[in-house]
Design a protein around this ligand. Sequence first.
Ligand code: IFM
Length: 438
Amino acid sequence: MWQPDFLFGAATASFQIEGSTAADGRHPSIWDTFCKVPGAVAHGDHGDVACDHYRRWETDLQLLSDIGLDAYRFSVSWSRVLHDDGRRNEKGIDFYKQLLDGLERRGLKSFLTLYHWDLPQHLQDRGGWLNRDTAYRFAEYADILSRELAGRVSTWTTLNEPFCSAYLGHTTGRHAPGLKDVRYGVEAMHHLLLGHGLATTAVRANDEAPVGLVANVTRMTPASDSARDRRAAELAYAHGNTWVLDPLLLGRYPAELAELWPTAKAPVRDGDMAIISTRTDYLGINYYFRSNVRSDGSHGYVEEDLPGVERTQMGWEVFPDGLRDLLIDFKNRYPGLPPIYITENGMASDDQPVAGRVVDEQRLRYFNTHLAAVDEAMRAGVPVKGYFAWSLLDNFEWAYGYEKRFGLVHVNYDTQQRTVKDSALALKAFLEARRRGA
Ligand code: IFM
């Protein structure tokens, strides 16, 4: 059922794994700053060492290759490759060139993300994503990097999960830069999406590889059959899914946003929506869980956890059918839906090695059931081209610090020892069988 050209990969992101935050002229990002805010990140964790991937990248690529995966999705640290005055940082760029060459040598495809939440701090000091100019700085960065790396990257991604950058970073304050205003979230989202459109054009001018955007999406179900709860689920769907996908694929924001946030309005200027909806070569979908919602009694929704369902270490419900349902929904909603990659899917569990082995049965079940859901969506005609597990390594899970372990590979943060988990060994056996045509 999994054709040889269907890609299996694993994903990571720069700030979550690289460490070496002051090496080779790297500048601080908003996450370096945020980690220093008392109480912002669990246990005061930070990215200074993380998985030490900046120095151990060769070992990590070898792990990926040994598991038998086809592709690696990673992100570039903007603050590593450009100085604050916009000049190239050759050492930072060389790091990613080496990484790409290492992937090439191992016959692995490279999925490079330009922005996975780590905005250079000097841009935040000038307003960050609340400043329209940041969209243009992002396009400049995309232009420079795509000139440097043209011909080496299999697939480009502009933004990873703009929902999280905009909403968690600017409305709830759970993520860097820690702002808390519904209007900020809406403004930041518009500038992120504008940056996506501008960066897409910049990359396309320099390289032939496909360019797209990665969105996190959530299955929303109403807590009851009442009209109010059903409306609440529609509002949640707009918030969690179409806030990004409609502008990207239809060139307009969903009408529900005005009902959800009557006081917030995206700062749209003439021509912006055409830039944002510039043709995208593929759509990356990150899926983790379902939210069950009920009306808040006004024009919004509140989440209501269902009792007795399976959950992960994050407390997220395991709900594979949601992935299938969303994919089929997107196919129906967006005529000409581009090819899709599942760019993240996975779960955290409190894994610990015992006698050199990490038994993570729940993760293996999670992968199996979610892959079955992807298969069902493909049979229903959704053009899914690949699946990336989140994550290759246990890593810095943002405001949760290092406690939550999402990796195929366990990382001991004291010794930096890597232990391949049982789920990864099972994946390896499956990929070997696929190669043999079994
Ligand atoms: O760790 C994150 C990742 O950076 C973005 N998508 C969700 C993952 C799990 O929370």
